[in-house]
Design a protein around this ligand. Structure first.
Ligand code: NAP
Length: 247
């Protein structure tokens, strides 16, 4: 059992795995900051706010909103952990929401010691583009979900290497029945958020390791590009060039 209280931001917590994680972290006695894309979507978070959660609001397709959220959080009590959970399956928002927003928050947020990035089994289908120059980071066209999840999994590994004092991990939550997963998804919704919570808060020796790709609290081998330093470096450079923010 862990009795220490942590302060944790869960992005994309208006629904699905993010909402479930925020709910159970609050129940475990942690301080939680929830996040919704708009005030309309935030309205559904009232039960969590009544239980003491803080909130930030902003659409992750809007980089200015992501920067404003980072500034708001940096002016508040420091976070111990961030669960980078917000995600979309298809459409032009894929790259902005699934990789640009988590990258920007990673670059801009003051010193959370634990970072958890939502990956997916789909990342194995992603392409370790030899050049990242042509990637549509701005989301002008439909983006590849698989590529975005390969990128965010490699980002988690790169952060682990570049920031040795930070515990940075990626999690495949399984194919679970959320708005994204669909009602027929075969995996366990409960297990789908436990690993993120454990990595964000637990003092178990295993949870305090970094650079992992996890599925249901077990480390798995990710796509081989994830631990390829040359690919990590290209990715981090492309994201820095694109956003003007460096890690
Ligand atoms: N479900 C699965 O089977 C599965 C499998 C592998 C990986 N994942 C990953 O797990 C994470 C959570 O997915 P989920 O299944 O819980 O999906 P979900 O139910 O669709 O929830 C996604 C969350 O992200 C938020 N979001 C989407 N676009 C946003 C934007 N532009 N700005 C701010 N927030 C935005 C959503 O807000 P709204 O509610 O307002 O749309 C929602 O809170 C994602 O990163 C996903 O890729 C899921």
């Amino acid at each position: 059992m862990d009795h220490r209280t942590s302060r944790i931001l869960v992005t994309g917590s208006a629904d699905g795995l993010g909402r479930a994680a925020a709910h159970s972290l609050l129940s475990a006695g942690h301080e939680v900051v929830v996040h919704a894309r708009s005030h309309e979507r935030a309205a559904g978070l009232a039960p969590l706010l009544e239980r003491g959660a803080g909130i930030v609001v902003g659409d992750f397709t809007d980089r200015a909103a992501v920067r404003r959220i980072a500034a708001e959080l940096n002016d508040a009590k420091p976070l111990d952990a961030v669960i980078h959970n917000a995600g979309v399956w298809s459409g032009p928002a894929v790259m902005p929401v699934n990789i640009i927003a988590p990258y920007l928050l990673t670059a801009l947020l003051r010193a959370p010691r634990r970072l958890v990035y939502l990956s997916s089994g789909s990342h194995f289908e992603g392409r370790a583009h030899p050049s990242l120059a042509g990637i549509d980071w701005q989301g002008e066209h439909a983006g590849s979900y698989a590529d975005s999840k390969l990128f965010v999994t490699a980002l988690a590994a790169a952060v682990s290497r570049l920031r040795p004092r930070v515990l940075s991990n990626a999690v495949d939550p399984g194919w679970v029945p959320t708005k994204m997963g669909g009602s027929q998804a075969p995996d366990d919704l409960e297990l789908g958020h436990r690993t993120q919570e454990w990595l964000a808060t637990s003092d178990d020796a295993q949870a305090m390791t970094s650079g992992g790709y996890w599925y249901h609290r077990r480390r798995r081998q990710p796509h081989r590009a994830v631990h390829d330093r040359a690919f990590q470096d290209r990715l981090v450079q492309a994201l820095a060039d694109e956003t003007g923010a460096s890690l």
